[in-house]
Write a protein that binds this ligand. Structure first.
Ligand code: COD
Ligand code: ATP
Length: 203
């Protein structure tokens, strides 16, 4: 595995907005939220265990996971969330590692809301935190999803607190400004990461 840049941030902070811009520059992006979907595909062992534990009402008519139903359950009850995590996080970690190994760009990005909360941290050489004030996080998430404010606050409460996350950052991207400004920041970081990747490759 070459240079891996970890990108994290709370829900709605703008991780996808950032990684889309790196993807447009030809950089491979491994997304933990997408890996989490792969491991609960119908027919797999994880989905069967989830249905066993939570009951068949978290399945849709076609047998796939009813994500909204499971979201309601796990963010209303910490012990249920932890049960789901002990099942899925090892599988997600494996899927992420496989995808990173398959990456062929000069460096690769691992985007994860729980990079610093899980052993995914060990896969990243550098930690980039996408940061916005909590109110902005809340507003942007509610504008994007059909979650109400209480639900978004519960998800935020299940994640690392802003200050603690910032303390662990090697690089902070302030995403409280416009998307045009984000373009400029990503272009500069891309240059820096290419230089680091070249340095690593020549050592
Ligand atoms: C509960 C589930 C089914 C809800 O699915 P849904 O499609 O509504 O949301 P999605 O997966 O796109 O996640 C949206 C956001 O919620 C937050 N989130 C998701 N899981 C967690 C978690 N366990 N702890 C804290 N925040 C989380 C993240 O900010 C994420 O970006 C799903 O999030 C899930 O399976 N979570 C457990 C696996 C996990 O921890 N995934 C996070 C990446 S490792
Ligand atoms: N600088 C910005 N200005 C205005 N809107 C933005 C900005 N950055 C992101 N957004 C919008 O805010 C919302 C949240 O951003 P995004 O989906 O990238 O967050 P995320 O960190 O990937 O979220 P999640 O943890 O849920 O996956 C999106 O609708 C996005 O288009």
């Amino acid at each position: 595995m070459g240079l891996v840049i970890g990108i994290t941030g709370g829900i709605g902070s703008g991780k996808s907005a950032v990684t889309r811009r790196f993807e447009q520059k030809g950089i491979a992006v491994v997304d933990a939220d997408l890996a989490a979907r792969v491991v609960v595909e119908p027919g797999g062992p994880a989905l069967a265990a989830i249905a066993d534990h939570f009951g068949d009402d978290i399945l849709q008519a076609d047998g796939s996971l009813d994500r909204a139903a499971l979201r309601q359950k796990v963010f209303a009850d910490d012990s249920e969330r932890r049960w789901l995590e002990q099942l899925t996080h090892p599988l997600i970690g494996q899927e992420i590692a496989d995808q990173l190994r398959a990456a062929t760009s000069p460096y690769a990005i691992l985007a994860s809301p729980l990079l610093l909360e899980t052993s995914q941290r060990q896969l990243a050489d550098l930690v980039v935190v996408v940061d916005v004030p909590e109110e902005v996080q809340l507003q942007r998430t509610m504008a994007r999803d059909d979650n109400d404010e209480a639900q978004v606050r519960r998800i935020m409460a299940a994640q690392m607190q802003r200050q603690e996350r910032l303390e662990q950052a090697d690089i902070v991207i302030d995403n409280s400004r416009s998307l045009a400004e984000l373009d400029l920041v990503v272009t500069e970081l891309h240059k820096e990461f290419l230089a680091r990747a070249e340095l690593g490759a020549s050592q």
